[in-house]
Design a protein around this ligand. Structure first.
Ligand code: ATP
Ligand code: MG
Length: 554
């Protein structure tokens, strides 16, 4: 596929750089802040960074951008590593911006010594007021002209813990009249007496994002530092630091972040959903997190394919979640094993059946010639889906009805003879006869039926809970919808079927197996399963309206 595809704009830049001999090979990085779990937007960035390095024979670092001690945690570090690995990528080095704290401090001293940074005693409000507006220049801080010696002494005292949080900051001395707000003497170090998840209490000053990110890139000799569009205005500052510090000239390139319909994708919002218990955790199958999607049964291949299909854009857009679901279906259709599960059982008694103990056989996956077969026990009593029977059917109804015949998948043709009801008039069972010569694979009955039903033998049925998930939000563009994003939560996004019945092969299958429950959708085993009860998540429905759209467009 990628052979015929034209290059995306970042690939064009890389190829031009390589052709011009600018680099012998490329180095990229994926730089998550460990303040939450990764989401599908991060998957986009991961696929792009690791994909580029793989394509052009370079390497990719996993760098934790852990410069904010307050919100970061090792739980997040571990989950991020799990997610990147699960997506199928291997980093060259695992690195932490916090490993560079000494080096970054030295960089800051260099700026101070060059007269390019100063300690400012102004409060946060005063600094904000000095900044001006995009149309009005800012004003210089009264502390801007401190001597190099005084700045050195004060900055060292900041580091030594002489001041409280917020009492002083270190600012770069650039230009308070710059049309770019980020160039108006940005803060590069702040005081924070906080415990850091890796450096402990070693530091009480921490570098700001802009002072940590580009320098970390330079330390690692990152050739192409790829980030999202909101960092375009930061680029002049990124380049200013590199120039003044005379360090490795990493270059920053920006692409459009992924936005997707019916979901949110900011860690701050996802954290709110978790904390306020709108979902069961970061890996709730309705979440846009990679761990949520994994628990829901999305294959890593499908997520990679999705990232490939959406491409790399230079302008923000909103991607239809239907495209992701299409990729999931396409992958699962090829790989998922087929099983029969009845969600809402209606008992069928085969009055003429005497072959107890009969084992039927059916293919695990008709799409996979090497998929093999599984045994399915048959019996005198079976469950079918209640909705597959109609007492007074219309003409076009091809499922079961009084006097009507259907095929039981991989088994026999049956005919409904009698409807059994309780005193309340509710249907409790059906009496049917089966046609012995109609066995699937050796059918000599000559009978043609239009309907085929899934079923489970009553004596062998395995109870299961099935969880059906719907979209977590009711509106397409959640981020731009009116009011608070939580106003748009779909409160019906989880439907639990507590008493479904599954064919017994499901007990023997592997934990990692992906299923198509015939006529029901794609499912996977959930981690809440116990020896007493299997729990399944619906990954995605069978219906694929998106495929039609894609074909129409093609
Ligand atoms: P969030 O706003 O969700 O917290 P973030 O950008 O703060 O996201 P980081 O951990 O800082 O999260 O991001 C790590 C990398 O992933 C960055 O390079 C960032 O640009 C990229 N990234 C984050 N969200 C998206 C997205 N929706 N689409 C593409 N890339 C993204
Ligand atoms: Mg961030």
């Amino acid at each position: 596929m990628s052979e015929e595809k034209s290059l995306n704009f970042i690939e064009e830049i890389v190829e031009a750089d390589l052709a011009a001999g600018k680099h012998k090979s490329i180095t990229t990085r994926f730089p998550p802040e460990p303040n939450g779990y990764l989401h599908i937007g991060h998957a986009k960035s991961i696929c792009l960074n690791f994909g580029l390095a793989a394509k052009y024979g370079g390497s990719t670092n996993l760098r934790f951008d852990d410069t904010n001690p307050v919100t970061e945690d090792t739980e997040y570090v571990e989950s991020i590593k799990d997610d990147v690995r699960w997506l199928g990528f291997q980093w060259a080095q695992e690195l932490y911006a916090s490993d560079y704290f000494d080096q970054l401090y030295a960089f800051a001293l260099t700026l101070v010594k060059k007269g390019l940074a100063y300690v400012d005693d102004s409060s946060a409000e005063e600094i904000a007021a000095q900044k001006g507006t995009p149309t009005q220049p800012g004003v210089n801080s009264p502390y801007r002209n401190r001597s190099i010696e005084e700045n050195l002494q004060l900055f060292e005292a900041m580091r030594a813990g002489a001041y409280r949080d917020g009492e002083k900051v270190l600012r770069a001395k650039i230009d308070m009249a710059s049309p770019n707000m980020h160039m108006r003497d940005p803060i590069i170090y702040r005081i924070k007496h906080a415990h850091h998840h890796r450096t402990g209490d070693q530091w009480c000053i921490y570098p700001m994002y802009d002072f940590a990110h580009g320098q970390s890139d330079a330390i690692e000799n990152i050739t192409h530092s790829i980030c999202t569009l909101e960092f375009i205005p930061h680029r002049p500052l990124y380049e200013w630091f590199i120039e003044q510090l005379e360090i490795y000239p990493s270059r920053q390139y920006e692409f459009a972040r992924l936005n997707m319909t019916y979901t949110v994708m900011s860690k701050r919002k996802l954290l709110q959903l978790v904390n306020e218990k709108h979902v069961t955790g970061w890996d709730d199958p309705r979440m846009s997190t990679i761990s949520g999607m994994r628990r829901r049964g999305y294959p890593a291949e499908a997520i990679r394919e999705f990232c490939e299909r959406i491409g790399v854009a230079k302008r923000d857009n909103l991607i239809d979640v239907g495209l992701l679901e299409f990729c999931v279906r396409e992958q699962l259709n090829k790989t998922a094993i087929r099983r029969m599960v009845v969600f809402d059982p209606l008992k069928v008694i085969l009055t003429n059946y005497t072959g107890e103990g009969e084992l039927l056989s059916s293919e695990n996956n008709p799409e996979d010639p090497n998929g093999g077969n599984r045994d399915i026990p048959f019996g005198k009593e079976i469950y079918i889906e209640r909705e597959d029977f109609m007492e007074n059917p219309s003409k076009k109804y091809f499922r079961l009805a009084p006097g009507q015949m259907v095929r039981l998948k991989s088994a026999y043709i049956i005919r409904c003879d009698e409807v059994i009801k309780n005193d309340a008039g509710e249907i409790t069972a059906l009496h049917c006869t089966y046609i012995p010569e109609s066995k699937s694979g050796s059918d000599t009955s000559g009978i043609n039926v239009k309907g085929t039903l899934h079923w489970v033998s009553v004596a062998h049925a395995v109870p299961a809970e099935v969880r059906l998930y719907d979209r977590l939000f009711k509106v397409e563009d959640v981020a731009n919808a009116e009011g608070d994003f939580k106003d748009h939560i779909n409160t019906d996004s989880l439907q639990v079927i507590p008493h479904a019945y599954a064919e017994p092969a499901l007990l023997q299958d592997g934990q990692e197996d992906r299923y198509q429950f015939l006529r029901k959708g794609y499912f996977c085993l959930d981690k809440d399963s116990t020896a007493q009860k299997l729990v399944f998540n619906r990954t995605v429905t069978l219906k694929d309206t998106w495929a039609k759209e894609v074909k129409k467009g093609a």
